[in-house]
Design a protein around this ligand. Structure first.
Ligand code: AOF
Ligand code: ZN
Length: 365
């Protein structure tokens, strides 16, 4: 049995926020629980950008009972007039006497002002309850709001010897059904899914979210410097928007054909290859705040080498593929010295059936 204390209610608020993961666009996920005299009187989560903040939903539910209550909020209540009025003013108006906050809001429009405003109004504020969980939940928002760049998660299935296909190029399937299902949930939680042209040519994937429940489809992003994407490729169907990243050099007639198929063609860089850093800025400008990078090896390698990967999720199947020249999950020149190898921190492991997902954060110096 869980003990009733501040953490208990904050955990409930975090769970509600987590439920909305993937559906708030570049906004954070936020949960709020209002407790009066030992009784929950209001619950709320931010469900969609442009619509009510978590506090507003919870306070609407609490009504008069908010007076003298404690509000648990996973993110510092906002202090600015954005698409909605400031939550801290609403908490003050309703007469809430105590506010418990998990993480502060890095948004420069807020950044401590929400908490300061509540205190100034005489409300007791406790911060830092389950702070690391709350920060993890909004890791993409926390990056995007400060940099305008998407948070990139590199996800790949691979053999224990780091291969993503056999020496003949055969790749279906590396991991089992449980891991593949988890990948669809991951897609649901990202604004964009990015692959290289080679992956499209090899697998002709649709790159949509296939779950047993109604699901959101992220924008599909194909890196294709020479615009060789076949016009019949499944990524060009109308199941979701598609962006093709290419270079200034790419053929304009070919770009026009892709536009006719509904794709947006974005020229990033004037060299032979797509300027991936510039591409990330362009995606951010289009409000793509999180990207799931699904390979293949060359694009993975280029993104890692450019320091553009924030998080890696490597799903290892208990198999050894061997084979001279079998494609590697990270195909790039790499360092000379072992000490210069890319190191991950905050590493954790999770099992999906017989497969193991190793999650970590590259140290992008
Ligand atoms: C809160 N509670 O539930 C959320 C907050 O575009 P707007 O007007 O909705 O404002 C979005 C900003 O407000 C967002 O960048 C973040 O700083 C904060 N989000 N704040 O008090 C919420 N979603
Ligand atoms: Zn707010």
């Amino acid at each position: 049995m869980e003990i009733l204390n501040d953490e208990y209610y904050m955990r409930l608020a975090l769970n509600m926020a987590d439920g909305a993961s993937g559906q708030t666009g570049v906004n954070p996920v936020v949960g709020c629980v209002v407790v009066k005299d030992g009784r929950i009187v209001g619950l709320g989560a931010h469900l969609k950008r442009g619509e009510g903040h978590a506090e507003v939903h919870a306070l609407d539910m609490a009504g008069d009972q908010a007076r003298g209550a404690t509000a648990y909020v996973t993110l510092e209540p906002c202090s600015h007039y954005g698409r909605t009025p400031p939550c801290c003013e609403r908490l003050i108006e309703e007469g809430v006497s105590r506010v418990v906050v998990a993480a502060s809001d890095p948004n420069p429009l807020v950044a401590g002002r929400g908490i300061a405003r509540l205190r100034e109004a005489g409300i007791e504020v406790l911060t830092g309850v389950l702070e690391s969980e709350a920060a993890l939940q909004n890791e993409a928002f926390n990056k995007f709001i400060l940099t305008g760049l998407p948070f990139v998660t590199l996800k790949t299935a691979l053999s224990l010897d780091g291969r993503i296909a056999t020496r003949t190029g055969h790749s279906r399937w590396i991991t089992g059904a449980a891991a593949r299902e988890a990948v669809h949930t991951l897609r649901h939680r990202h604004a964009g899914i990015m692959v290289g042209l080679q992956t499209v040519l090899a697998d002709d994937p649709e790159l949509t979210t296939r779950l047993d429940v109604p699901a959101l489809h992220p924008t599909r992003i194909v890196v294709d410097s020479g615009l060789r994407l076949p016009l019949t490729a499944r990524v060009l169907n109308d199941a979701a928007p598609t962006i093709v990243l290419t270079t200034v050099q790419a053929d304009e007639d070919r770009a026009e054909r892709l536009r006719e198929r509904g794709a947006e063609v974005l020229r990033c860089g004037d060299g032979e290859r797509v300027d991936l850093a510039a591409a990330m800025r362009e995606l951010g400008r289009r409000d793509i705040g999180s990207v799931l990078l699904e390979g293949g090896g060359v694009l993975n390698g280029a993104m890692l080498q450019a320091g553009l990967v924030d998080k890696t999720m490597l799903i290892y199947a208990p198999i050894i593929v061997g084979g001279e020249g079998a494609p590697s999950a990270f195909s790039y020149v790499g360092p000379e010295e072992m000490s210069a190898a890319l190191r991950l921190s905050r590493v954790s492991m999770q099992s999906f059936g017989d497969d193991w997902c190793v999650t970590g954060y590259p140290d992008n110096r």
